[in-house]
Write a protein that binds this ligand. Sequence first.
Ligand code: HEC
Ligand code: HEC
Length: 633
Amino acid sequence: MRIWCYLTHYTHSQQKESCVHLFSLFRVAVTGWLLLCLTSASAVMAGTSNSLMDISTDGTLLVCSNRDNGSISVIDLARLQKSREFNVGHLPEGVSFIGDTHTVAVAVYGEDRIVFVDADQGQQLGNVDVFDEPYGVVSNRSGSHVYVTLDYPGQVVEIDAETRQIDRTFNAGTFARGIAIAEDARRLYVTNYFTAQLLAIDLETGDQVDEWTGTSYDNLCRQVVLNPHREKAYLPHLQSRTTFAHAASSIFPYVAVVNTSEVTERRRRRIKMDSFNGAQVTSNPWEIAVSPDGRRLYVVFSGTNDMYVSNVLDDDYWEIEFERHERLGHNPRAIRVAPDSQTIYVYNALDFHVVAYDAETIEPIATIDVCENPLSDEVLTGKRLFYSALQPMSGRHWISCSSCHPDGDPDGRTWQNPEGLRNTQALFGMAWTHPIHWSADRDEVQDFEHTIRGDLMQGRGLIKGEVHPSLEEPNLGLSASLDALAAYSNTHEFTLSPHAKDGLSDTAERGRELFFSEETKCATCHGGPFFTDSTTGQLHDVGTGTADQSEKMAPAYDTPTLLGVYRTAPYLHHGMAVTLEDVLTTQNPNDLHGKTSHLSVDEINDLVAFLKSLPYKNPQVAAEAAGLLRVEP
Ligand code: HEC
Ligand code: HEC
């Protein structure tokens, strides 16, 4: 009976119930039996997965990328000490040892480059330029090739590790971040950042051959990890429920479990992490690790600074079972397990150290400093607060500023706020484009004290005592922590558009003329180095205020900067323009938003090509030359 249920995958609901019941009764026995079989067999399905840390296959070296410091560090695992640190460039993300070697490939996100480093000799071996935003890196087992996700535009590049040339480029949805390669090197698994969708790419043909979609609320998935013994993949991600403007139901942490085998049932399920042990609320899962023996799964939470340790079950139903909860340092972003499964390593990004733990007892064995803190004390304080879902930022531990603005990026979502629909803005260049918000109702980041204390975050707040209810009253200078939060928020700078690496294309050049023409009038509002007149304090009615019934602040809005719009869809305060074309066509029926109705399809394309090329030069240089002021908290 038991076996029959198991084999037929519960075809009827009644059988399903009794199976579930039986499963809970016999789970332990089944698990023990399967584990016994699996651990005695060789690791047939082991593959590698992207991470901000990696351990060499011989278990002697660990490498981590130090995003804030523009470097990678190599740790000698016998001595548990840092042996080297290399500068690799702006914003390094994924790192991977190549095959069984001590050569490391690191994705330098901010410089669109993969850098190859010899970890023993301390030598940079070469690098490969890619189109934009390299994020996750894995190598195949033999070490012949390295595979890298490009967040924008959503691709994977295959790099020959010997010649350091790009062999092939695969389409991989939109905003590709997580990547894993199967042991047999037949398939790549790739996650899409803003949907948590998992795609499978066949490495022979380069075609997408499968996909596993979650719910429409799934968001911010940076990683996919393969189980070394079973056909399962695990994805850490958020759920952003945009219809609720309070902490209790807006943001949740999840681990998705995907069945990567050919079977059609139970292909993807999700496990809610905050109620996992019924006691602890966690937030912002960043990475997962599965121990090489396949017994344990670890999740680190960057918002609540903690970790879940769970046992992997071989039941195809519960998947994992809570074992323990552990406090970590500030902003843990990476976790890896040694090849013998005996030691685990956690990267606390805002402590700039790696902590080694005994996997059996979860006792810390060593704390290894990986780099200097490159941030000022004030920015470090502000950054820790921005990433924190603990008090005084957040009352119920579900949500932090970074849940919606990870690393200054938007979350690709439009939220139902009390004042109406509001598309999350990027924080890039914000120091130059105050006032802030679509409605320009906030003149300083210190006003986010209201967000911290409001329904959304329900935190105690950073100002001692009451906060003035009016947004006009300055909050600057009332709390060193609040000023620090503002200082950090104002650090985000623009990167140049990948669409204009060799200057403006002919199409974009034609678009530029249209943009600055008398007729379209675009530049009358989107003027100056940041393509906005925001600092004048003027709001404009561009005909967008009537589409949303819940809108309370219509009809005029602050002119948004156009720098970086190539990667911030959807558009407009209400997020109703899916593409830039929509902004200029379907969302501008009466020519209230510049004049566009006279433009031909080709001319709209030209204008869009120009918008996608912004910024094509560093706006700060022009801003400083023009004597514009940057907000200094
Ligand atoms: C639930 C998601 C969410 C959370 C949490 C969140 N924000 Fe936002 N943020 C948004 C949205 C949506 C907007 C646009 C709102 C508007 O314009 O009215 C926004 C706008 C902003 C802006 C304005 C950017 C600009 O260029 O005008 C800043 C600054 C900002 N948020 C900072 C913060 C800080 C600091 C925190 C934490 C205290 C925070 N946010 C928490 C979603 C969020
Ligand atoms: C009268 C001032 C004004 C003019 C003229 C104007 N804009 Fe805008 N633009 C705005 C405002 C205000 C918004 C925000 C409207 C909203 O969110 O509802 C906006 C939004 C946008 C956006 C969306 C940006 C985002 O991040 O979502 C784009 C793209 C844009 N404008 C391009 C243009 C182009 C191209 C032209 C010329 C055809 C133009 N604008 C003319 C004021 C103007």
